[in-house]
Design a protein around this ligand. Structure first.
Ligand code: SF4
Ligand code: SF4
Length: 147
């Protein structure tokens, strides 16, 4: 038996008893790193209302022009959010919207299974942006750990 063959068999034997590293996706999922930038999510106050004050800064800074913020004057005369849309078809996951927000109302979520059969399902309304699975309860800024 050649030396190379013996070497190969020894390696097979060595790895045979190691614990497998294969993850049985999609039944098993690995936790995403803390700084992972999944799709943007809107954050809510304790009463469930969006923290967003409709200032429009995220809309202005977004390089992909994928955010649309609609504002209205609330009953108390204060500017309030009337609607928020994020077109994920165009999103570059850059995180600039998160950086720009003065009230930490938007964060990069942990969701990464974003495939869809058309463009329409990837246009996220305010309701869908608020009902984010995974991360989304606390602000996540670039360069910082999860608070
Ligand atoms: S992550 Fe970047 S591209 Fe996506 S919505 Fe925010 S600013 Fe726009
Ligand atoms: S920057 Fe923040 S508060 Fe202003 S519109 Fe965007 S999410 Fe809302």
């Amino acid at each position: 038996m050649s030396k190379a063959l013996l070497k190969g068999l020894a390696l097979t034997l060595k790895t045979f008893f190691r614990r497998p590293v294969t993850v049985q996706y999609p039944d098993e999922k690995r936790p995403v790193p803390e700084r992972f930038r999944g799709r943007p999510v809107l954050l809510a106050r304790e009463d469930g209302t969006p923290r967003c004050v409709a200032c429009g800064l995220c809309e202005k800074i977004c390089p992909s022009l994928c955010i649309a913020v609609a504002a209205e004057t609330g009953p108390d005369g204060i500017r309030a959010l009337a609607g928020y849309t994020l077109d994920l078809n165009r999103c570059a996951f850059c995180g600039l919207c998160v950086e720009a927000c003065p009230v930490e109302a938007i964060a990069m979520g942990s969701e990464y299974e974003l495939a869809a059969y058309g463009r329409e399902p990837l246009v996220y309304t305010q309701e869908r942006l608020l009902a984010a699975p995974g991360r989304g309860a606390a602000p996540e800024r670039m360069g910082e750990g999860k608070p």
